[in-house]
Design a protein around this ligand. Sequence first.
Ligand code: SF4
Ligand code: SF4
Length: 429
Amino acid sequence: MQLPDIEFAHQAGESPTYDMLLACSRCATCLPACPSYAATLLETHSPRGRVQLARALEEGRLTASPKLLDALWTCLDCRACESVCPNGIHPGMLATEVRAGLQESMPFSRRIKRLILGPVLTHPLWLTSGLGMTRLFYQRTGLQHLLRGAGLLKPFGALARMDRFLPAIPRRTVRSRLPQVVPAVGEKKGRIGFFLGCAMNTIFADVTERSIRALTKLGYEVVIPRRVVCCGAPQESLGEMDLARKMARHNMQLFDDVDTIVTDCAACGAALKGYAALLDDTAAEAFTGRVQDFAEFVAPRMPAATLDLGAITYHAPCHLHHAQGVCKQPKTLLKRLCPGYRDLPEHERCCGSAGMYWALHPEISEDTLARKLRNIRSVDPRVVVTANPGCLLQLMGGREDGDTWDVRHISEVVDAALDKVMEKPEAGG
Ligand code: SF4
Ligand code: SF4
């Protein structure tokens, strides 16, 4: 596979908009929504605190320090504060932008992480190869089973955490299973592009195959461009703004011949819809307007069906609910398809996964996960549905003894419902 022509740049991003910093009225509406504030009860780790820190930096009243960097890096970028702020402030995005501007002040270890992770996460080939080796030498040999059973990873905190959240890796990626164009089932209603996220292509290949099959069962021919690279979300989060822009431009031109671009990864969808702000040009704006999340695309097209999955509930991924504003469609779909649907308290609150956050900030991640688990237990579901790879990993790996629920992507529910629709005998037949 030929790598796309992407240079690795490591320049700082632009400073945050000063007007936005001034617009904060310090009302505190955002504090109860913020997971890092709930875990630490520190004003510096709240949306309001981060806005004030960014303002002090901008006005020269503050210089970079380890405490300041910690306050900025512990933001999960969950965007929950944006959904409640009466003044339209984006503290999560501000934290990311300020981080980008402070690259040179970062501790050596974090700069090394940025220099390695930025480029390594750029191309799906790296992830595919790494996961393929993990599958072969760690999972297939039985080493994972052995280490888990004997509890040998427990003394190595980060490794034990990674192992806990690592599911069985499928043998084949979506790219190697499906052709570039998957034909519609039955009468063709249209042609759509599918953006293949890195984790969905690999760890959740079985899920994404079902997402694509479901779209074809709805009558759509699905084009899966082979040369897509990562959406750029991890690079943006690491402050690699120039690299993220190059990746965005590369991805955009691969979807020129389709009107709609669908993805089943909430984080990728948020990044793709963010290309307009990232690139600030009309082509990116037009591209952004064509992107839809899987549930957003399917909800208005889904035929009536009933699935008996028992008690089922929905956890909303932050990057779908807060970042994309896709709030009603997943719940509407599930309520229509599943008679056992139950609302999850605080369904829009982060689960603590947040990209690599679960590995980098385990205490806050665990606190956030614990609150999510308490809410799920209060509903006592058989199935928890979500729509993002990070949430799937967190909710699967986070289960404790006695937590018997299954975790599913919404496309698996939709695909099973469409199978039922297709099984129905023709009227009068
Ligand atoms: S960020 Fe928004 S919600 Fe939070 S204190 Fe400022 S104005 Fe209020
Ligand atoms: S994005 Fe999430 S973690 Fe960051 S400040 Fe807002 S609510 Fe807190």
